[in-house]
Design a protein around this ligand. Structure first.
Ligand code: FAD
Ligand code: SF4
Length: 570
């Protein structure tokens, strides 16, 4: 019996454990296995195999029972996730439904999640920009949060490293505020987007560039080696792409790691907590609940990476209590769960342009059009709010269709293909400031089916966000007006935080263990064999989309962790 137990422990012992199989966890698994480490990846949701488990990927609109729309009953049953623009009949199976995994909203928060192998990397909009020193120096310069313990030059080589493997399309635009990467060819701007780009550069010295995105516009050998091929510009990406045209953990990092023979992928495994051994002063493993058998099982490893997505990573750490860490693993500072923040996507502006009538678009642009990098408060403080916003910009020309008539006259009106004016639009992507008052915590009473306390979320907009939003609307209205656009309509949708799906912080990086949870290598200050490299680690939020930075930080942290292990320090 004793021997059986020893064998069983041996079977459950790995070099590295990765918690979560999404965007960042996929990178951790790829990097560990690439370095020859026997790695266990634990995922709470079901397995989703590339291609095989994309049931809607090749369906025509008329093959969907509701032509792609969500039936009213499902919309009403899911008021939170239904607010996400991608929650439709073709991809609903990749989203967590409202009642499946409850959480406590101390203040309204739309928590959009994907619990499956691949996480939200299946669903994302693939926008990928590097952060710059304007971002990493932001908190120190503007006096909020704590200073980032890294600068752009620390992460720049790792951005290149992940960009080359993932495949990022873009132009080298030469902007300090949005450093260039190792790009595949960009998806070009259309004629009106180009016109607007030229106009705002000439008049304001601002930039409208081709959005940078994780699509194989022209694959290199490394992408073909992953079994991925050129993006076909179908824009059905959220269904999962059979071509592997966009980067997801399912199409790229996970199959790569599995091919190494060093990865054990265990779906249906909810990590309850990380096991801390007081005598060793280290984490020794993790405790999971198998969602099929309800069995509690322990797995052991020398290195543990927490990649459960920002807020769930906070939950796992907060729930990992011991005599040494009564308030959560590594929480000597008391800041674990605090200083969470998000992006503010709540403002939009639309208009029409009655010129360029001899032009229209042909085909689709998976990058979504243009991107206006942050132009406010870059080199000096010039407004009454801190930080700034980036903006999306796109133009398209739709048909002048009419819903008038009945029977054959209605059909004729609907298939008319005479073109209307150009429609142009922009949305705001604002940085919000992490504050001590913004937090996530364990609910004192309620637990989920696996015995884990529910997560309580408490964050909100503030005065800085209101001022920033007004500035976005004023500036974009002026830029649209001076470009000759008409029927300009600005709107604010008053959404709760969360719908941007860029929640960050709670286990922030910093130089000082008294005010931060992680050091400059994403390693817990207090437990040197546990690392956090998803959004929980972010000291501030910048206004660029964050996932590329999570991926780069992950590859960098694995490299460091394995080096330390080889030196005997871990
Ligand atoms: C519609 C949409 C559009 C988006 N667009 C963009 C974009 O354009 N650009 C961008 O940068 N980002 C975008 N994002 C956000 C992006 O998807 C996330 O930033 C990214 O996926 C986060 O990576 P992650 O590894 O932290 O988490 P995820 O990819 O969510 O993976 C986390 C995994 O951990 C698992 N897990 C959680 N808790 C546990 C537990 N206790 N035990 C075991 N497993 C657990 C989850 O099931 C999940 O599979 C978008 C997201 C959505 C939904
Ligand atoms: S646009 Fe490209 S990545 Fe998206 S589904 Fe089509 S081929 Fe795949």
């Amino acid at each position: 019996m004793a021997n059986l137990n020893i064998d069983s422990i041996k079977d459950r012992t790995f070099d590295a454990i990765v918690i979560g199989s999404g965007m960042s966890g996929g990178w951790a698994a790829k990097e560990f296995t690439g370095k020859g480490l026997k790695t266990l990846m634990l995922e709470r949701g079901r397995d989703v195999k590339h291609i095989k488990d994309y049931p809607t990927t090749n369906m025509y609109p008329w093959e969907f029972e509701h032509r792609g729309e969500m039936p009213m009953a499902l919309q009403e049953a899911n008021p939170i996730v239904n607010r996400c623009y991608a929650f439709h009949e073709d991809a609903a199976h990749f989203f967590v439904k409202d009642k499946e995994h409850p959480y406590v909203q101390d203040k309204p928060f739309d928590w959009i999640r994907g619990y499956q192998v691949g996480g939200k990397s299946l669903l994302w909009a693939r926008q990928t920009q590097r952060w710059s020193d304007f971002d990493f120096e932001g908190p120190a310069r503007d006096g909020f949060a704590v200073d980032w313990p890294i600068r752009y030059q620390d992460i720049a080589p790792w951005y290149s490293y992940v960009e080359k493997f993932a495949g990022i399309s873009g132009n080298k635009d030469g902007l300090d505020e949005l450093p260039d990467g190792d790009f595949l060819p960009a998806f070009p701007l259309n004629s009106v987007e180009q016109y607007f780009s030229k106009h705002v550069k000439g008049k304001y010295g601002r930039h409208v560039i081709s959005a940078r995105c994780a699509h194989l516009s022209k694959p290199n050998q490394i992408h073909l080696d992953q079994g991925r091929v050129q993006c076909q510009e179908r824009i059905l990406c959220q269904r999962g792409c059979p071509f592997g045209g966009y980067f997801s953990a399912n199409a790229s990092t996970i199959p790569w790691a599995l091919k190494s023979g060093h990865l054990t992928l265990r779906p249906h495994s909810v990590v309850q907590s990380i096991i801390y051994d007081e005598t060793k002063g280290k984490a020794t493993g993790v405790r999971i609940v198998d969602t099929n058998t309800k069995e509690t099982i322990e797995y052991f490893a020398r290195i543990i990476f927490v990649n459960a997505a920002a807020l769930n990573t906070n939950l796992v750490l907060l729930n990992s209590t011991s005599h040494r860490f009564p308030n959560g693993l590594g929480n000597d500072s008391g800041v674990l769960g605090k200083y969470v923040a998000f992006h503010n996507y709540s403002a939009h502006i639309s208009a029409e342009y009655d010129d360029f009538k001899e032009w229209t678009t042909d085909g689709r642009n998976p990058a979504g059009g243009g991107y206006i990098p942050r132009f406010r408060n870059l080199r000096k403080q010039e407004t009454d709010f801190l930080r700034g916003y980036a903006s999306g910009f796109s133009a398209y020309r739709g048909q002048n269709r009419s819903w008038d008539g009945v029977g054959s006259s209605l059909k004729e009106n609907l298939v008319k293909d005479d073109l209307g004016p150009w429609s142009v639009g922009s949305h705001m992507m604002g940085e919000t400031i992490p504050k001590e008052a913004s937090y996530v915590a364990l609910d004192a009473k309620q637990k989920d089916d696996w015995g884990v306390p529910l997560l309580k979320i408490s964050m909100d907009y503030d005065d800085n966000d209101a001022k920033m939003k007004k500035d976005y609307i004023d500036q974009l209205t002026e830029m649209f007006t001076s470009a000759g656009f008409a029927n300009i309509k600005a709107s604010s949708d008053h959404r709760a935080p969360g719908l941007d799906i860029h929640e960050m912080g709670g286990a922030r990086m910093g130089n000082d263990p008294k005010t931060s949870v992680l050091n400059k290598w994403n390693q817990l200050h207090a437990v040197n064999n546990v690392f956090v490299t998803d959004g929980a680690c972010m000291t501030s939020t910048s206004c660029q989309n964050p996932s590329l930075t999570y991926m780069a930080l992950t590859a960098r942290a694995v490299d460091y962790a394995v080096g330390e292990m080889n030196k005997g320090n871990i």
